[in-house]
Design a binder for this molecule. Sequence first.
Ligand code: SF4
Length: 286
Amino acid sequence: MNEPIIVCPDEPVLLTRMRGQALVIRTRDPAAIASLAVRTNGTNALHAVWLDSDQPLDDIPIESRWAGVTLVIRCAGIASVKGLSPRMPLLRRLPLRIFIPAHLPSAFVDLHILSSLGISCGLIVDASFDRWQELNDLMHYAVYCKAPHAPIEPFNYVVTHYHPEKMTDFDAAYFNAPGQYLHVNNREEIALTQEDLQSGRILAKGLGALETITASPAFRKSQYAWRKRFLEMSSCASCPGWRVCLGKYADAVPPTTGCSEFFSDLLDAADFYRRKRDDGRMDECR
Ligand code: SF4
């Protein structure tokens, strides 16, 4: 198993103590992004920077100095195409993805616009999500539409990583897949996901634990947490979309409807993409 990548805040003392680690650094300050590449250069592999913003993309300053940083921007939609237009060439050129939370009414329209403009983007979906038909429509656009457009997550992750005999965890597109990433806060608490960290579901405390955590019983147990769906004989156990959903919406309150149909369609899309790729006919995907 590869060493997990550490997701942590932009906290100078913490970063100094994590020399040698591969990092995803979270920040709320756009002005800090360019310096992060410089500050970690030679001491860490900077996997990506995650910028959290409550502003729409129009109001976030975008800098050409970010060219050397893989960047995810979580923002409150795009506000207007007119506002984006002057910055479109820069947005297309930078290695960035724009993530928009699914609870925003304009999220699906915004993602459709961004993708059609050639800007990589993605939807942030939480466990109480219930807009399955809209999600399915966006997925069909992302995977089947022949007009040129940029990738949309999590569909892009699923179709490009899908293996018919394995499980595909699209949380990796959000640096959140347990086992591939570990999340650390200023108090040096370590958790499997950002949600676990914020909810106090802590695996260990102290950066020293990072060296041994993947061998710990708690970590190993977390790798097989999905098995409980089968032991409970929940509806997930017989769901055709299990291999790409992994029961992420099973605990939603009220229970989600439409999840199974969506993930079944996403599996079909992943098979479609794989066949086209194997046949060398990717032009039929985009
Ligand atoms: S799609 Fe719904 S029923 Fe199927 S595995 Fe996911 S949460 Fe369970």
